[in-house]
Design a binder for this molecule. Structure first.
Ligand SMILES: Cc1cc2nc3c(=O)[nH]c(=O)nc-3n(C[C@H](O)[C@H](O)[C@H](O)COP(=O)(O)OP(=O)(O)OC[C@H]3O[C@@H](n4cnc5c(N)ncnc54)[C@H](O)[C@@H]3O)c2cc1C
Ligand code: FES
Length: 330
């Protein structure tokens, strides 16, 4: 069945203050979703994704939880403007930061920093409700005031004694999370779920790797694009060719660079193209190739018909012909 990438109206039914800078918005939405997935909202023409903090297995409402980023366009707008009864435009749920169905009793360990607790909270609730897996959760926040879902997690742990262990890490009390802390949870027989700020994620990923946790047992959700890889000591062989980008009626051409995605080329051309997950899951970055060809590293968002019509996920597509032209359609 073709995927629906369109925007649909969703009405806000309830707004809950979780912490001084974090709010949950309950939505009047009737779509199916999986724990850990997100919605992409269109606010004043800008696209942003927010994960469901609710669980389809335990909660009757669909909720997203938004931490206000200082100076943040969309999170600020949602905090200042959104009230019960208001309507927003959102895509259907997307994303693959989800529980696997084939894991029997494999323990689950989750690491959440700041607003990264949002999809993790959903996953933990579903794992407890639908499996017999034991769950260990490390949440990290700057201080008690910033600890999103602290009470709800303690209540959940009390309801599941022996199955859910929650460790609340507070930076002002415990210092920054260290590799030693992560190492105490790095069970190579477990599935590990990770979401948080980039330095926290880098620390957890490196520590789990050094404790021989296999990549297929590590599930990662990034709220911000991963830090760019360091430039190689020897520059890559230049590629003869061009990438032409057409965005909102303006057309610019840059030389091709090996290993660069069309999204990166578009940014290098001086555009601010649409994107959200940068991992091939949401289709926010989709555009159509009108000349040349490109290969997607990952495609969890476009259906075969769309691919046949020339659509690509620009965050995943690398040119495979000398000259390519990509058009972002409104
Ligand atoms: C798949 C996915 C799921 C997400 N789920 C959630 C969620 O459940 N809850 C939630 O609060 N956010 C979530 N985000 C992040 C969210 O989409 C926005 O990036 C965030 O709210 C900032 O958007 P903004 O328009 O307010 O800020 P912008 O105007 O885009 O940014 C303002 C400034 O803040 C910086 N910034 C941008 N994003 C972040 C960030 N996440 N943390 C710190 N600094 C940032 C920017 O570099 C810039 O300097 C998710 C992102 C993705 C890709
Ligand atoms: S930004 Fe989400 S698929 Fe490209």
């Amino acid at each position: 069945m073709a995927r629906d990438h369109g925007f649909h109206p969703v009405r806000i039914t309830r707004v809950v203050d979780e912490t001084p800078d974090t709010r949950t918005f309950a939505l009047d939405a009737r779509f199916p979703y999986r724990a850990g997935q997100f919605l992409t909202f269109k606010v004043c023409g800008t696209l942003r994704s927010y994960s469901m903090s609710s669980s389809p297995d335990t909660d009757t409402e669909v909720c997203v939880t938004v931490k206000r980023v200082p100076g943040g366009l969309v999170s600020g707008w949602m905090h200042e403007r959104l009230r019960p009864g208001d309507t927003l435009e959102a895509t259907l749920p997307g994303g693959s930061f989800c529980l696997r169905g084939d894991v029997a009793d494999r323990p689950l360990v989750a690491y959440a920093g700041g607003s990264g607790i949002t999809p993790v909270f959903s996953l933990v609730k579903s794992a407890l409700a639908t499996t017999r897996r034991s769950v260990s959760l490390l949440t990290a926040h700057q201080n008690t005031d910033a600890a999103i879902f602290r009470e709800a997690l303690d209540t959940l742990a009390a309801r599941h004694p022996g199955r859910l262990t929650v460790r609340h890490h507070l930076d002002d009390r415990d210092g920054l999370v260290t590799a030693e802390t992560i190492g105490t949870l790095a069970d190579s027989d477990a599935d590990h779920y990770l979401c948080g700020p980039e330095p926290f994620m880098a620390l957890v990923e490196d520590t789990l790797k050094s404790h021989r946790v296999a990549p297929e047992h590590l599930f990662v959700e990034r709220f911000t694009p991963a830090a760019p890889e360091k430039a190689p000591a020897t520059p890559p062989e230049p590629v003869a060719g061009t990438v032409t980008v057409d965005l909102r009626g303006e057309r610019r051409t840059v030389p091709q660079r090996p290993g660069e995605t069309l999204l990166q080329s578009a940014r290098r051309a001086g555009f601010t193209p649409p994107f959200s997950c940068e991992s091939g899951d949401c289709a926010t970055c989709m555009a159509r190739l009108t000349a040349g060809e490109a290969k997607m590293r990952v495609n969890n968002a476009l259906d075969p018909d769309e691919v046949a019509e020339g659509y690509v996920l620009t965050c995943q597509a690398e040119p495979t012909t000398t000259d390519v032209t990509v058009v972002y359609e409104d």
